[in-house]
Ligand binder design. Structure first.
Ligand SMILES: [Zn+2]
Length: 370
């Protein structure tokens, strides 16, 4: 008898097809938290107005407004941990502690990590090469999300990054905060975004300011999106899906970011060490999750900030149970895993389908470590 390892597909008429990391009751927990995000992910009238006026506001004033707002946000000490989700997930999963599932990660790894960057400005563009070289020196390759209609993009830089093993992705349209203002705006701009996907040879997309609507994003010629997050109380568009694994949303693999953004840590909170990233990594390991980072060359612009990032990357290289992959390697793996089937009558060789030689069965009790 064969079973689909992923969640039971949930597709009421007109709704997006969703398949989460695990089937059964835990899938309902993941879905409930996802739906909360989908409901909350709208912009307040104040923010809509702000984005309309934004282009007339000088950049230093914008930064001042953002810093003031972020610093007024009252967050608990562990604001970067999706504790409500983890509690719900754990209690449901441990009710069926011995249930067999396909481990989220291949090749014996316990967790996964990948690095992504959004390039916000022309200044950031000039800092790409230095950051890429730092990552390469530690054995990382990452994805670089460029804004197609904001600054001049040197095709030579894109080709160079690609040749060095990095990925090029598209970061919205012009980064004015209005991409998701209405379905009409999104539809109109999606044509130019798809052209950029083609021109850049991109398979991935990230929305500016992580505004999102996964239904509308089906219009994009992308293989994956990386605009959702598990938790991030500092975003203008509120929400948070809680869960820390990729999932299938219609034609896209959704790759939520799960590590606090560099801007939050280094600018808003003025952290001087990578301690919060390290703490989050430990939390993610306990869920066999994915540590997806968003950093910006624009904010890693001093030797002090670069050193904090470098220290964290060195910490990552010391985690032998952590799969250090590029976003696309994880996406490709996730599609294979999603298509695998479990033969419950075959004890010695239960997983079938392409890539199954890299997969393994596990139980919720061993997936959730202390
Ligand atoms: Zn951005």
């Amino acid at each position: 008898m064969f079973q689909n390892p992923s969640a039971t597909e949930t597709s009421p008429p007109g709704a997006l097809t969703l398949r989460f990391a695990f089937a059964g009751d835990v899938s309902e927990v993941i879905q409930a938290h996802f739906e909360r995000d989908a409901k909350q992910a709208t912009l307040s009238r104040k923010f809509k107005l702000y984005y309309r006026l934004r282009r007339w506001i000088p950049i230093p004033l914008r930064q001042l407004l953002q810093r003031g707002r972020n610093q007024r946000i009252d967050v608990p000490r562990d604001w970067f941990l999706p504790t409500a989700f983890a509690k719900d997930f754990r209690s449901t999963a441990l009710r069926q502690a011995d249930a067999e599932v396909i481990h989220p990660w291949p090749d014996g790894y316990q967790m996964a990590t990948c690095l992504t960057h959004d390039i916000e400005t022309k200044t950031g563009l000039g800092l790409v090469d230095r950051l890429a070289a730092l990552e390469e020196s530690l054995g990382f390759r990452s994805s670089w999300n460029f804004v197609p209609h904001k600054y001049a993009i040197d095709q030579g830089l894109l080709a160079d990054l690609r040749n060095r093993g990095h990925e090029i992705c598209v970061h919205g349209y012009n980064h004015d905060g209005r991409l998701f203002e209405s379905k009409r705006t999104f539809t109109a701009r999606s044509v130019a975004i798809n052209q950029a996907m083609l021109d850049f040879g991109s398979k991935g997309f990230r929305s500016p300011m992580v505004h999102r609507n996964l239904n509308w994003m089906q219009m994009l010629d992308a293989d994956y999106d990386a605009s959702c997050f598990d938790i991030d109380p500092f975003q203008a568009m509120p929400g948070g899906i809680g869960s820390v694994w990729p999932f299938i949303a219609g034609k896209l693999v959704e790759m939520p970011y799960t590590m606090p953004q560099d801007h939050t840590l280094l600018v808003t909170l003025a952290e001087t060490t990578p301690r919060i990233w390290i703490e989050k990594l430990t939390f993610l390991r306990q869920l066999s999750g994915m540590a997806l980072m968003i950093t910006h060359p624009d904010y890693l612009d001093t030797s002090a900030s670069l050193k904090i990032y470098q220290d964290f990357l060195i910490h990552l290289t010391e985690q032998e149970d952590c799969w250090r992959a590029s976003p696309l390697q994880i996406v490709d793996w996730w599609r294979l895993r999603d298509a695998m089937r479990i033969d419950v009558d075959n004890q010695s060789n239960p997983i079938h389908g392409p890539g199954s030689d890299r997969a393994r069965m596990t139980s919720f009790s061993s997936l959730l470590t202390d």
